[in-house]
Design a binder for this molecule. Structure first.
Ligand code: SF4
Length: 255
């Protein structure tokens, strides 16, 4: 994507979403970290349905450890991979208590050393909690970056590194949220809503989806029956069978 198009792309997204935020619900940096860990390979919606009751009982590492793995598992059993996630939530809480004075560290390496925290989770927490200009690449960011030509790459890390290079600093702090929200609601995986897209004038994607309202209307009504052969099909078959029994009307080998 050309530089002018990149500026146009983010300027338009900023115009329609001036203050983008994560859709995960949380009370403090610790509960944000837990929510992001729980959201791996799960939807934000499923996490938001489970966490209010969990965070009402445990919004600090100490309270989470006191609650225990079984109770955490029970709270999050509607979220994918809940067994390993329950284990990780308890283990990371314990590690925060033991090594970080119960605070979530503002450091990528320290975050990634916590159980259940990978590069993407660390990037989201660094960005959302501490305002760092990190751009976490999830499935939406990966697709939008490739499809639009903003930051093509074969792996999430390659896309992330490309985004770091091409996104101007002024857009970086919110770029992750804009790309996620744009991918989640407009630049959909199967059928992007190009006709209704605020960045369509700056997006070089060639196969833009046309407005369904402009598609030709198919005529309604019953299908016409094929022209009659003069004899109902079933009756015709029966006649052939009868003829076969009598030895007439079928090819027979000369004896
Ligand atoms: S025009 Fe289409 S492909 Fe381009 S960003 Fe918008 S929805 Fe995605």
């Amino acid at each position: 994507m050309k530089k002018a198009d990149i500026d146009c792309f983010f300027a338009e997204l900023e115009r329609v979403i001036p203050a983008p935020k994560t859709e995960l619900e949380y009370d403090n940096v610790f509960t944000l970290l837990v929510a992001v860990v729980l959201s791996a390979q799960a939807t934000d919606k499923s996490v938001n349905e489970a966490t209010p009751a969990l965070f009402a009982k445990a919004s600090t590492p100490e309270a989470m450890v006191a609650l225990g793995e079984d109770a955490v598992r029970e709270h999050i059993k509607t979220i994918g991979l809940f067994n390993s996630k329950a284990k990780n939530v308890i283990a990371l809480s314990q590690k925060l208590i033991d090594e970080h004075g119960s605070e979530v560290p503002r450091d990528r390496d320290l975050l990634q050393a916590l159980p259940g925290v990978g590069r993407k989770t660390a990037s989201v927490v660094m960005n959302e909690a501490f305002g760092e200009p990190t751009i976490a690449v999830d499935t939406h960011v990966f697709r939008v970056s490739n499809r639009t030509g903003l930051a093509p790459g074969k792996t999430p890390l390659a896309v992330e590194q490309k985004l770091e290079k091409v996104v101007p600093d002024r857009w970086k702090p919110s770029a992750h949220h804009w790309l996620i929200l744009h991918g989640r609601y407009t630049c959909l995986a199967r059928k992007p809503k190009c006709w209704d897209c605020v960045v369509k004038t700056c997006c070089p994607y060639k196969d833009k989806t046309p407005d369904p309202a402009d598609e030709p209307v198919k005529p309604k009504g019953r299908k016409l029956a094929p022209p009659s052969t003069g004899r109902p099909k079933k009756a015709a078959k029966k006649t052939v069978k009868r003829k076969a029994k009598k030895g007439r009307g079928v090819n027979r080998r000369p004896v």
